[in-house]
Each structure stands twice: as C-alpha cells, then as structure tokens.
Design a protein around this ligand. Structure first.
Ligand code: AIR
Length: 203
C-alpha cells in the first residue's frame, strides 16, 4: 500500500468507528492527531474520501490546520446530519462539504448553520460528469450562500485554501503559510520557464 492509500485507509476506518467525526492533524489521525479542529470536512459517503483527502492533506500539510472529518448523508440519514451539524465543536469556524449527484449537503448545512461559512466541493460521479453536483450546490436561494469550488481535485484543494484564507483573517501564522504556498506556485512557473527551451525541443 502506498503512503496515500494507507492514510486513506486509516481515515476511512476511523470515520466508520466514530459517530462524531475523526480529528486529523499534521501529527496524525484520530488518537495520533493533535490540536483543536478549526474546519469540518464532511461528505455524503466514504466513497468521497479519496477526493476529500486532497482537502484534508492541504489543510494539515500546507497550513497546519487540524480538521474534523465526518460522513453526513442528507439522502440516507438526514436526522443524523442535523444532529451532527447542530452540535459541532465550538472551535469549528469553516465547513467544507462534498457530495456527488443530487448534492444537497452543503446547501442543507448552510441553512442549519447561519453562523459558519460553507464551501462546497462537487464530485464527478460519471453520468453527468459532476455538473449535477455543481448545479445542486451553486443555485442556492438568496440568504443561504454556499461558496462552490470547481468539480473534482482542483475544487478539493481550493476548498482547503479558501478555508485557510477565511481563518487567516484572524490568524497571522496561517496568513504567512498562505504567502509561502503562493511562493511555491510562482517558483513552479519560473522552473517551467527555465526549462522551456528543452521542453520545446522535446516536443
Ligand atoms: N450522496 C450520498 N448521500 C447523498 C448524496 N448526494 C452522494 C455521496 C457520493 C455519492 O452519493 O456524496 O458522492 C455516491 O455515494 P455511494 O455511497 O453510493 O458511493
């Protein structure tokens, strides 16, 4: 098993065992994790986990932000979603919610939690290429906004960055880490330009 598969397996096992979510931080998962969770990363099914680990790993590895991971399905167990979301730890300041298909989880959470920003990540389930999930999330009625990201991997990573930006408003350490992250992106372009002659010759 690769490191990525092992991490995924550990999160999946821990989520299945715990009703109220699993703490994940840069130190580890569940009992190994440290700190208080600032972000809830929730999704309709554990089949969304490979996608949402992109958000979890960006939060913990790039920004050092501990998060709570929890499965919530508004179409399979709506009552438990209401219970979970109404009783989140006080430390949670931002919610990232992913679902595929008729993806009503972020919108429902936006209604349940008028006090917290909700970021939606649409998952591509195949049949409609994720456009179904995107439109389910984005067309919220006035008054309950969901900040919807791109479909798929870019959306999951961007959800974590967006959450970090929201937390950075009151946290200078996260602000610095965001600057460092942006610097790495600039360096990537510089590297591409530095090797451009060779790249052109190889095509
Ligand atoms: N889903 C689960 N409950 C409500 C929704 N929209 C979504 C999950 C997942 C998809 O249904 O978020 O993306 C398929 O789930 P599963 O468990 O069949 O793999």
């Amino acid at each position: 098993m690769s490191d990525e598969q092992q991490t995924l397996h550990a999160v999946s096992e821990a989520v299945n065992e715990q009703e109220h979510g699993v703490l994940v931080s840069v130190e580890g998962i569940g009992p190994q994790a440290q700190g208080t969770p600032k972000v809830l990363v929730t999704m309709g099914s554990d089949s969304d986990l490979p996608l949402m680990m992109k958000a979890v790993n960006t939060l913990r590895n790039e920004f050092g932000i501990p998060c709570l991971v929890q499965i919530n399905s508004v179409h399979r167990d709506l009552r438990s979603v209401v219970r979970h979301i109404e009783n989140l730890p006080e430390s949670i300041q931002v919610i990232i919610a992913c679902a595929g298909g008729a993806a009503h989880l972020p919108g429902n959470i936006a209604d349940l939690r008028a006090d917290l920003p909700v970021i939606g990540v649409p998952r591509d389930l195949g049949a409609l290429k994720g456009v179904d999930a995107l439109l389910s999330m984005v067309q919220m009625p006035e008054g309950a906004p969901v900040a919807v990201m791109a479909i798929g991997d870019a959306g999951a990573v961007n959800a974590a960055i967006h959450a970090a930006k929201e937390l950075a408003i009151g946290d200078p350490v996260i602000k610095e880490r965001l600057q460092a992250y942006a610097e790495k992106r600039k360096q990537r372009v510089a590297r591409q330009n530095a090797g451009l002659q060779n790249t052109l010759q190889s095509l």
